[in-house]
Design a protein around this ligand. Structure first.
Ligand SMILES: [Zn+2]
Length: 362
């Protein structure tokens, strides 16, 4: 792709960096700091998964949400899609899997993430039932490659939507591999079929100009995975954080897919520092949120990673850290998906660079 300097700044001028399709997508010229600044400038407003290989789930990548803790695949026939108006013409759709963000307007529909294939028709019906447009989903932007965010790619692609994501999303979908925290959370990802692969990929950022808004996907390196994007809707003052920000407690950080706690912290700090105070935040999983929720989450990440780093510096082993329950003060963040021990493993592996069966895609 494009040559880069070590700090990620492109050596090429702006237009060489992104993707372009017709008049609807154009690369942004800004770097990440000014991209978030642009959000302001434009300023119209201001598992417990011990080993997690459930054969019944083959083909379903229940990777990063609470559903991953379930022993059985969800019954998709019973899932209902709930659409909530977030702001202006931006909606949040909840069903099973990651939250879907949607810009619905006169030019058509852009969605951010698409849950699971069996839900695609219900998602399309829920969008139509808003009564705003009969136009189709023209673009799907994936926040990262996990199957509970990209599972609908094939049906949406087959229905004519154009799939867009960061370069590493396509690489990881195409290659398959191991997702996990480097220890007890581990799942094999099968290579995706061609129709699931994003047609347009970008290294740093891309902007979709639709429904009177510059919908901007911006890559933040090495957070939940190595292909994460946060999606900004500046006119409507909404942001979709993908799984760099979730509401189910301790986050799953896919260190086996290039994620890291420091990258997640960096992404959240950069975003909270530059977004409008009243921005509405769609998390990767969980209820609609605000920046105070993001700050509390970031604070927990910083405190817990500092505790684990200190234990590493004190030459404690992973087992000692678990026995001493060093994350007990943050126990309210534990879930069946990522309990205290699993999060200690996550932080330990992230901070020591132990990534399990890591496959680098860069
Ligand atoms: Zn995920």
């Amino acid at each position: 792709m494009v040559n880069q300097t070590s700090d990620g700044e492109s050596l090429l001028p702006g237009p060489g960096r992104g993707a372009r399709v017709g008049e609807h997508i154009s690369p942004a010229m800004d770097r990440s700091d000014t991209i978030l600044g642009g959000f302001l400038r434009r300023g119209e407003m201001s598992m417990q998964i011990r080993t997690w290989m459930v054969p019944a789930l083959a083909g379903l990548a229940l990777v990063c949400g609470p559903a991953a803790a379930a022993q059985q695949a969800p019954d998709f026939s019973k899932v209902q899609i709930k659409a909530t108006k977030v702001s202006g013409n931006i909606y949040m759709l909840e069903g099973e899997g990651g939250n879907v963000g949607a810009s619905v307007g006169e030019d058509g529909i852009v969605i951010v993430d698409d849950q699971f294939a069996p839900l695609a028709e219900k998602i399309q019906a829920a969008l139509k039932n808003l009564g705003i447009t009969d136009k189709p989903v023209r673009f799907v932007i994936n926040t990262h490659y996990h199957g509970d965010h990209t599972g609908g790619n094939v049906p949406f692609n087959n229905a004519g939507s154009t799939l867009i994501a960061q370069d590493n999303v396509r690489k990881r979908l195409e290659a398959g591999g191991i997702a996990g925290n480097g220890s007890s959370i581990k799942r094999e990802i099968k290579p995706a079929e061609k129709a699931a692969l994003p047609i347009i990929t970008f290294e740093h950022d891309v902007t979709v100009h639709l429904n009177g808004e510059d919908i901007r996907a911006l890559h933040f390196p090495s957070g939940h995975t190595d292909g994460d994007s946060i999606i900004f809707f500046p006119k409507n003052n909404v942001v979709h954080m993908g799984d760099d920000f979730v509401r189910y407690g301790f986050p799953f950080i896919d260190v086996a897919s290039g994620g890291s706690v420091q990258g997640m912290i960096d992404a959240m700090e950069k975003a909270t520092a530059q977004l409008p105070a009243d921005v509405k935040v769609i998390p990767g999983h969980g209820a609609l949120s605000n920046l105070d929720d993001v700050r509390a989450f970031t604070k927990m990440l910083k405190e817990t990673s500092a505790v684990v780093q200190k234990a590493i510096n004190d030459h404690k082993t992973l087992d000692q850290m678990k026995q001493e329950k060093i994350l007990a003060p943050w126990a309210k963040w534990k879930s069946d998906f990522v309990n205290e021990d699993a999060f200690i493993e996550t932080l330990y592996n992230s901070l020591t660079g132990h990534k399990g069966e890591f496959v680098k895609h860069n």
